[in-house]
Design a protein around this ligand. Structure first.
Ligand SMILES: Nc1ncnc2c1ncn2[C@@H]1O[C@H](COP(=O)(O)OP(=O)(O)OP(=O)(O)O)[C@@H](O)[C@H]1O
Length: 234
């Protein structure tokens, strides 16, 4: 497991303070706050359109908060330019999005290896680690398949492997099991939570699914772009 010098073990993985975000005239989040402690697993739930994915994208620094502040691994994202935000995200965050978002022209193993290659790991090492993650997420593939040849569930498993391969300090997952059958979904969720936690990392799970929320220490419910309710589950 590798930890970067910037991340202290007791520092919250991410802190969102009074954040706001609108897509043009459509408000998505307003004055939303959330702190995810080191090692914590948080489920973000709420009805469609309440701002869950937007919150996740702000936490990852993919979107930039229009109000309030986001600190990722102790760094204020608002003070960083695009390139520095991308670098910090690459180092600290594993992102699993709803539809996998894999690189279409790369084979499955190369997709999984990508975060390690971008960190400068030798290609042979990176591919070996990627191949072992392919098995750990439960896929029996050669590794040369292109994302276009995968089912939705397989694409989610590959996306999870890509997010986990670099031992992220913060795993952010948007409906990570939506395309999987219940058993495969449970197994993938377990793998994501136990692996990230065992290396001291934190997990944020966005989901409609109660079984996903039940896997968390704490559930944060959003309603119409605001944190409506927090439920301790542990
Ligand atoms: N790219 C976009 N352009 C315009 N409006 C958007 C965009 N993405 C989201 N929105 C709007 O922002 C609001 C919050 O959307 P968001 O996707 O964050 O909600 P969500 O809770 O994740 O929804 P779901 O559970 O359906 O995925 C909604 O009103 C949505 O229509």
């Amino acid at each position: 497991m590798t930890r970067t010098p910037s991340s202290r073990p007791d520092e919250p993985a991410v802190v969102l303070s009074g954040v706001g975000y609108s897509y043009g005239r459509t408000p998505a989040l307003e004055d939303a706050s959330l702190t995810v402690a080191a090692g914590e697993v948080v489920a973000v739930t709420g009805p469609s359109g309440c701002g869950k994915s937007t919150l996740l994208m702000l936490a990852a620094g993919v979107l930039r908060a229009q109000a309030g502040r986001v600190q990722l691994a102790g760094q204020d994202l608002g003070s960083l330019g695009e390139a520095d935000r991308a670098r910090l995200r690459r180092r600290e965050v594993g992102l699993v999005l709803q539809y996998g978002q894999l690189v279409p022209d790369l084979g499955v193993v190369d997709n999984i290896a990508l975060p390690l290659l971008l960190e400068g790991r030798p290609p042979g090492d990176a591919r070996r680690a990627a191949t072992s993650w392919l098995e750990r997420v439960g896929l029996e593939l050669t590794g040369d398949e292109r994302p276009g040849e995968l089912s939705g569930g397989q694409a989610q498993q590959v996306a999870a492997a890509r997010a986990l391969v670099a031992s992220p300090r913060l795993l952010l997952a948007d409906e990570p099991t939506a395309s999987l059958d219940p058993r495969a979904g449970r197994e993938l969720l377990d793998l994501m939570v136990t692996t990230t936690r065992s290396s001291g990392g934190s997990v944020v799970l966005v989901s409609h699914d109660n079984t996903v929320a039940a896997r968390a220490d704490r559930e944060v419910r959003l309603r119409a772009g605001r944190v409506a309710h927090e439920v301790g589950l542990a």
